[in-house]
Design a protein around this ligand. Structure first.
Ligand SMILES: *[C@@H]1O[C@H](CO)[C@@H](O)[C@H](O)[C@H]1NC(C)=O
Ligand SMILES: *[C@@H]1O[C@H](CO)[C@@H](O)[C@H](O)[C@H]1NC(C)=O
Ligand SMILES: *[C@@H]1O[C@H](CO)[C@@H](O)[C@H](O)[C@H]1NC(C)=O
Length: 450
């Protein structure tokens, strides 16, 4: 499904120190509830960021609410009133689909004024439960979180529109998967942002995406169409929105399927940007997690910087990646049917496999600082389905950590877990008491940043 980007000049505001960003963890809001803002879009009004997304708390693809969260640091989020809720008898009833909401207005300080109405205009993918209608929906409000007044759903310029994004650069554009997902289109919006007026570009590729204008080059970051499953997201460049667009280039190692995510949005950060994706959990959509990574232009083209624990400095337009202490799995004690695996793709050339179903791994002398700490598990899961592992700290109750397909038996990815470590040496036991196989464990990294 998709991505989105808008051009912003981040204002130099001084921010309070906040929490870290941990991709793939379960994120909670300031009330302690799990953040329900999947397929999100972001807007900024003065110094406040607004995160609009799909509330999937019912674990259903059907429309429940477009949520609205606010933050001044991108790390601490407060839930506000719902921006859009179902209206029976319309295309946004609770038996239809509303996905990937995006809001634009002229009143956003970081956007070039265009809409003369001082109105907030929300665009979203509007569809029936079988995704057969393929429409856009539009709603408006006088305040950022609304609630929004629904204006209608239709096919832009008479053509399909499924996964979509908005791009604003003096003029606003709809970016959308069209023609039965066979083409990707860019169409210009009218000055009120109520409708599209003309097609600007058609990429004959089944992709979805959003775009960034940096140094007069447009970067279109897009996902292929693969339902809820992740795929290797790509970047295309052009000096004009009308193209010609370059051929596609990976933004992450291809095997990892963009670290098991799909791009939803990309937010400028200084001379770089933030990749904001969804790791959809099809078995429990409301448990899907957010995968945000720094997107670095240091090589000339945007590339995801894999970061377990990181933070942004919005005033400086920079990001900082936390460092931790690495412990190799092979330095632990193998129990039961666990086996040492050897391959050059593993850190130190070795990993521990056949965990679960009787195989266990015990790692001693894991140094903690007496706090709830982030620990990242680097694992390989070559299955297309998810695995999981149990973890017990110092003989305490097991927690279960999900391990999505890593993209191959020798492709390593990380998943985070927050556990209480005591000051000094701790004992971590993996995969005890589970009948199913866990991923092969390469190493763990213990962080102190919280
Ligand atoms: C949007 O424009 C199309 C023509 O492309 C038109 O058929 C449709 O009625 C318009 N929708 C609205 C809500 O104005
Ligand atoms: C893209 O951004 C540059 C500034 O970096 C600006 O001069 C140019 O007009 C923008 N392109 C369009 C089509 O707005
Ligand atoms: C762990 O994975 C197995 C499949 O390998 C699955 O049957 C089980 O439900 C999962 N447990 C949790 C808590 O997700």
């Amino acid at each position: 499904m998709v991505t989105s980007i808008f051009i912003s000049l981040l204002s130099a505001i001084v921010l309070a120190q906040a929490a870290v960003i941990v991709p793939g963890a379960s994120w909670t809001d300031t009330a302690g509830n799990v953040i329900q803002a999947h397929g999100g879009g972001f807007s900024k009004v003065d110094s406040t960021y607004y995160w609009f997304g799909e509330d999937k708390v019912l674990d259903s693809t059907l429309f429940h609410a477009v949520s609205c969260y606010t933050s001044t640091d991108l790390e601490t989020w407060t839930r506000q009133n719902d921006a859009l809720t179902p209206i029976s008898g319309t295309m946004i009833s609770a038996s239809n689909v509303v996905e990937r909401p995006k809001v634009r207005t002229q009143t956003m300080t970081d956007l070039i004024p265009k809409n003369q109405n001082t109105e907030y205009v929300m665009w979203f993918h509007s569809d029936t439960s079988n995704y057969g209608a393929a429409m856009v929906g539009v709603a408006t409000a006088k305040t950022p979180c609304g609630p929004y007044t629904y204006k209608g759903s239709w096919k832009p310029l008479g053509a399909d529109s499924r996964d979509e994004g908005l791009f604003q650069d003096g003029t606003a554009y709809l970016l959308y998967a069209s023609d039965n997902n066979q083409n990707f289109k860019i169409s210009m919006l009218d000055t009120n942002y109520y409708n599209v007026t003309e097609e600007v570009s058609v990429l004959t590729a089944a992709i979805l995406g959003d775009k960034l204008n940096i140094s007069q080059v447009y970067y279109l970051i897009a996902s292929h169409t693969s339902g809820w499953d992740p795929n290797p997201n790509k970047v295309f460049t052009a000096s004009s929105l009308a193209g010609p667009w370059s051929s596609q280039v990976d933004i992450a190692p291809e095997d990892t399927n963009t670290y098991y995510s799909q791009n939803a949005y990309d937010m400028p950060l200084g001379t770089n940007a933030i990749y904001m994706g969804d790791r959809w959990d099809v078995s429990a959509l409301g448990s899907s997690t957010y995968i945000w990574f720094p997107l670095s232009w240091s090589s000339g083209l945007p590339v995801i910087v894999e970061a377990d624990v990181w933070s942004v400095d919005l005033a400086a337009g920079t990001y900082t990646i936390a460092t931790g202490t690495t412990y190799e799995a092979e330095s632990g004690t193998l129990g039961g049917s666990a086996e040492l695996l050897t391959d050059s793709s593993y850190s130190g050339g070795k990993a521990v496999g056949f965990l679960g179903d009787g195989g266990t791994l015990t790692m001693n002398n894991i140094v903690g600082i007496g706090e709830a700490q982030w620990v990242s598990l680097y694992y390989a899961n070559g299955d297309s389905t998810w695995r999981n592992t149990t973890l017990s700290v110092n003989g305490g109750a097991n927690v279960v950590i999900q391990q999505p397909s890593s993209g191959g038996g020798h492709v390593i990815q990380s998943v985070p877990v927050k556990v209480n470590l005591k000051n000094g040496a701790n004992v971590l036991t993996f995969s005890n008491g589970q009948a199913n196989f866990a991923g092969d464990l390469d190493k763990i990294i213990v962080y102190t940043a919280t």
